[in-house]
Each structure stands twice: as structure tokens, then as C-alpha cells.
Design a protein around this ligand. Structure first.
Ligand code: MN
Length: 148
């Protein structure tokens, strides 16, 4: 396999890149999402991953110290950024700051795929406590978003 050029394959896959589960099953709530690590060279200090959720799928609602830099590649959906809910589509750029609650949800009817850059060394995501979830849900658009 050519390590310097890994060609794209149909359906947002790449030569030599494993198509993996998003996270360990049962480790956190999520639905219908896959993960491909595109770049993880030690010298980079960061990783570039491609996540894709099927129609109606969603990523884990979480927060952490590390930052995400996201570019939407395919489909449309919505993302939660703190107390804001934003519509996203192809080539939009999304910055997720430290300690900001975030979640992506694909629109019904089409998958949502995005690139996500992160530090190679990073803290573990936190999930919301019951109390934190209740507080988030006091914001009407957040409650509506989380209800799916
Ligand atoms: Mn995250």
C-alpha cells in the first residue's frame, strides 16, 4: 500500500483506512456513527478523523478540555454548541471550544459526514450528569434538539 497517497474509495472511504465503530459499544450514548482515522502521524501532534452518522444518527453529547476543528463533508444536520443549536451543511467549518457541550445529529433522510481535527494527546470526554442535562434542557431549543 502507498502510504503517501491513499486514494479515496466510493462512499467516503479511503484505501488503507479502517472503517471502525465510533466508540466502544456501551461506553456512551450514540447512534449509527462510524469513525475513520485519516491522519495520526506522531510528528503532527494532531489527528484528523472522518466521522459519519447515518440518517437520524447522532454523536455523543459530551464536553472536554481539548478543542475540535470540524469541516462538514457530506449531508446536512444540526449541531449543539453550548446552548446554541446550529444548522450545518457541506464545507461549513465548526469550532468546538474547550468545555463546550456538543453533539452532532444527522438530518432525517441523509447521512452526515465530517472531518474532525484533534490533539493527539487529549483528555477524556465528560458526559453530562443528570443535573447538567436538566440544566441544558431548560433552554427550549436545546431541549427540542436533544429530543431528536
Ligand atoms: Mn468531542
Amino acid at each position: 500500500m502507498d502510504k503517501l497517497l491513499r486514494e479515496s474509495r466510493p462512499d467516503y472511504r479511503w484505501a488503507g483506512v479502517d472503517h471502525m465503530p465510533y466508540k466502544e459499544e456501551g461506553s456512551a450514548p450514540f447512534k449509527a456513527i462510524s469513525r475513520q482515522v485519516l491522519f495520526a502521524e506522531q510528528q503532527l501532534g494532531c489527528e484528523l478523523r472522518y466521522f459519519e452518522m447515518a440518517a437520524g444518527g447522532y454523536s455523543t453529547l459530551e464536553r472536554h478540555e481539548h478543542v475540535h476543528a470540524v469541516m462538514i463533508l457530506r449531508g446536512r444536520g444540526r449541531c449543539l454548541l453550548g446552548e446554541e443549536v446550529r444548522e450545518v451543511g457541506p464545507r461549513d467549518l465548526v469550532t468546538i471550544p474547550s468545555w463546550t457541550w456538543h453533539q452532532f445529529r444527522a438530518t432525517e433522510g441523509e447521512p452526515l459526514g465530517f472531518l474532525c481535527m484533534v490533539n493527539a494527546e487529549r483528555d477524556r470526554p465528560q458526559l453530562p450528569s443528570e443535573q447538567e442535562l436538566a440544566t441544558l434542557k431548560t433552554v427550549p431549543q436545546v431541549a427540542e434538539f436533544l429530543a431528536g
